[in-house]
Ligand binder design. Structure first.
Ligand code: ZN
Length: 592
């Protein structure tokens, strides 16, 4: 009989500990302390309580818990003295079937890891889908993490401890995150389409209107039809548009979606998660034969990343009437214009057809977007979901400081016109100035001495500035201070400088009413509501120009790394995102 929350909430402390036995390796004290936090509104709330108990327990207790875990394919496995749970997990990951070479390699990694960190390597070998990592994946992860910093690795081990516990709890409760699995499998399958030059290396790259891009569109179209959308089409810019009618087919619609193009060597969830999550919701509505008082329009945007052509937000920009006609004449690296690429893809490639995609905001309730966080915040907080307060506005600059190149040996220190030191000084100032205000970030991503030499005082230095904030005012105040500081440094050092603004994007604060709906949805799942800005730009930023919008973030694993194949999410987190979206739909249904 699977365990139930009612059983757990009604249990005495010893019963409670017995019911949760084996969730955390040899550590019944975690359940003992979690008992005081009853009742639990949901399984997610129970998982969260266990996480909080461990957070509050301090480093010594955390270290003891990590050390209570067996080594991977270690002595305990060979001697068959693992706990039942660990035996099951290591067996499921195929560790009991290691080849002699693999076994030897894992033993060497175990020894090196222990010597470096002083605790055993912890990996949830059942992985993000719960079905088990391959031995090759396990070894690759082991090697990667062995190179990590001890502080990070300590926290990462604890995160894996919680993931192991999560899967064990799912087993105890007889719970399978079916919708999370559905989305996870869609993401895997869509990721099999990749541009030539990358596909051969197992890398994911889908740029605008390539064969792989068009194949993705066809798959999305087929899946949407299968999920029960009433209308599915590919529009004049390659967006895949699925409509699930409300009870009245003419009713206003909720607009949602995200992009299916990728950066080069990308992760599988950036953009795509925001398409699949509402697709799963429509599938469930259709299966239940349920119609909402409003329509749901899910758009898989064809282009957001600006990889093949210099035209970001092309897909969502077409809906807001911001498609720049000059883009059609832009050529890619092979000299193919966008117009020709469109025609080769069977699209009209005319401004008339594209202009017709502009939506009338009056026909929509608003826009929501689910997106993987692409940052470390939720991962560090052990929170599966976050509510976005604002998409950061940003400004970018390219600059150059000019001094005097001179002999590194003969030019005395007080006679130099060193351009690079001036820029370095600015970089330090930028770091300090941005950090002084919450939610302002400043980056000097490029800093180069053109044709510099080891024995020459830098005469010129080129650099970039990227400054973002949740409000345009905070962003502009930082820009003003940084530019004033640049002038001051140059004056003081006798240098000249030029600074050219190359990009300016307005901040897109979430609509308070829509943000509240996401907050309600997260709270209804039994999770703490964490509000956070979005440091990256998203399609919602574009829709923000014409209708209210709000976003939901899903935790990314591996410190939230994104634009990278290590980008990852779990079936359980995705399940929660789908549930949150369903809750948002239910809230709307009540008020619409
Ligand atoms: Zn994205």
């Amino acid at each position: 009989m699977p365990l139930t929350l009612a059983q757990l909430n009604a249990a005495s402390q010893p019963e409670f500990v017995a019911l949760l036995d084996g969730t955390y390796e040899h550590s019944p004290w975690i359940a003992e302390r979690a008992w005081h936090r009853r009742p639990f509104a949901s399984l997610a709330a129970l998982k969260r309580a266990l996480v909080e108990v461990l957070r509050d327990a301090g480093r010594d207790a955390q270290l003891a818990l990590i050390r209570a875990h067996p080594e991977l394919a270690g002595k305990a496995m060979v001697a068959k003295t693992l706990t039942a749970e660990s035996t099951h997990e290591q067996g499921k990951a195929g560790l009991t079937d290691c080849t002699p070479d693999e076994f030897a390699k894992i033993q060497r990694l175990n020894a090196e890891y222990n010597a470096k960190f002083g605790w055993p390597f912890i990996l949830a070998v059942r992985g993000p889908r719960g079905t088990g990592l391959t031995r090759a994946e396990i070894i690759a992860t082991f090697e990667r993490r062995l190179a990590g910093h001890p502080d990070f690795e300590f926290a990462e081990c604890l995160r894996h401890v919680h993931r192991i516990a999560e899967i064990r709890l799912n087993d105890k409760f007889g719970v399978t995150p079916e919708l999370g699995n559905l989305v996870w499998d869609w993401a895997e399958e869509l990721a099999t389409e990749s541009d030539p030059g990358f596909k051969e290396h197992g890398q994911l790259t889908v740029t605008y209107l390539t064969d792989a891009h068009r194949a993705c569109a066809r798959r999305l179209q087929a899946w949407m039809k299968h999920a029960g959308f009433d209308e599915v089409s590919i529009d004049a810019v390659g967006n895949v548009v699925g409509v699930y009618h409300g009870r009245d087919a003419g009713a206003r619609r909720l607009l949602t979606g995200s992009h299916y193009d990728t950066v080069r060597n990308a992760g599988k969830y950036d953009g795509r998660l925001g398409i699949f999550v509402p697709m799963a919701c429509v599938r469930e509505l259709h299966r239940a034969g349920r119609r909402l008082p409003f329509g749901l329009e899910v758009v898989a945007f064809a282009e957001e990343e600006g990889q093949r052509y210099k035209a970001t937000f092309l897909g969502s920009g077409a809906l807001t009437g911001h498609f720049d006609p000059a883009w059609l004449d832009q050529a890619d690296a092979d000299g193919v214009t966008m117009r020709d690429a469109m025609r080769a893809a069977g699209l009209p490639g005319t401004m008339d057809a594209i202009a017709a995609l502009k939506r009338d905001p009056a026909r929509y309730l608003g826009f929501v977007e689910v997106h993987i966080e692409q940052g470390p915040v939720l991962n560090e907080l052990d929170l599966p979901l976050g509510v976005v307060t604002s998409i950061n506005g940003g400004r970018r600059f390219l600059g150059e400081v000019v001094g005097m190149a001179s002999h590194a040996g003969t030019t005395p220190m007080d006679r130099r016109r060193d351009a690079a030191v001036a820029v370095a000084q600015l970089a330090v100032y930028l770091e300090r100035r941005a950090a002084a205000v919450p939610d302002v970030v400043g980056t000097m991503g490029q800093l180069e001495v053109p044709a510099g030499s080891i024995n020459v005082v830098p005469g010129r230095c080129r650099f970039s500035l990227d400054i973002r904030a949740t409000t345009d005012a905070a962003r502009d105040a930082c820009v003003a201070d940084v530019t004033a500081e640049l002038e001051r440094i140059c004056r003081q050092r006798g240098l000249t400088c030029v600074l050219e603004e190359t990009m300016r994007a307005a901040a897109a604060p979430s609509d308070p009413v829509w943000q509240r709906r996401w907050e309600n949805a997260v709270a209804a799942l039994g999770l703490p509501v964490h509000r956070m800005p979005s440091g990256a730009g998203h399609d919602a930023m574009k829709l923000h120009e014409v209708m209210p919008q709000a976003m939901l973030f899903v935790r990314g694993l591996n410190a939230g790394i994104s634009h990278n194949p290590l980008e990852s999410s779990t079936n359980d987190d995705i399940e929660l995102a789908v549930r949150a979206f369903q809750h948002l739909l239910d809230q709307l249904a009540e008020t619409a």
